[in-house]
Unconditional design. Sequence first.
Length: 265
Amino acid sequence: MNVAFARRPAVLTVEADDAFVTLDGVTKVFGNGKRSTTALENVSLELNQGEFVCILGASGCGKSTLLSLIAGLDKVTSGTIHIADGRPAVMFQEPALLPWLTVRRNVELPMRIHGTDTDARNQRVNHLLSMVGLIDFADHRPHQLSGGMRQRCALARALAQESELLLMDEPFAALDALTRDQLHDDLNRIWQETGKTIIFVTHNVREAVRLGDRVVLMTPRPGRVAQMWDVEITRPRELDSFEVSGLAHEITMRLRAGAVSNGAE
């Protein structure tokens, strides 16, 4: 469920004129001694406010772990994470909607938790449902929605938290290609309308290039920042355009080279 998370000791608030999100030497180790596993090692990264950054890498490279650390769902082993907004909203691969609640009730849940008054809550929910194209389905329950519609509902619920930082963990991975393409368009539009800072985790190279201002490639475990690309392709972008395909090919070659190098170690 998308909820607002309390601040953790490793997640600090910084002044508005600093980078919006700063990761400095972030390392995460699971377990102890010989049984320990280093998921992330010395990850350093800065994000500007309003930036759309895609974290890309092979399965098991620590992308989702990194997102959990930024969200405050887990603690870093070493290093620090500084964020200018201490209430990141999180959208997961599974929508995690409450099946007994309608679309409207699911979306308004964060506002109910925070005690938002009824009139303001209804106005905000109507705006969000219109934004994600679900206003005509406000009284439906999750089982009556398609997979893409459930993800739109989860996105609206995340936006209802009024956080300036939105963390998205492979939210479209389970959807068919056509629905995913439509949601790419919707997300790009919503990001431009709201000015949110988005960190989007994916293993789909073309998805990263189509959506991101910047693509950050992670190495195989332990996850480190292998390389970054500024995506200077005019928006809106098409998944199969020459420009997107060309940069995606370049990143894929770098991804494959890293996988081969890691396998040889």
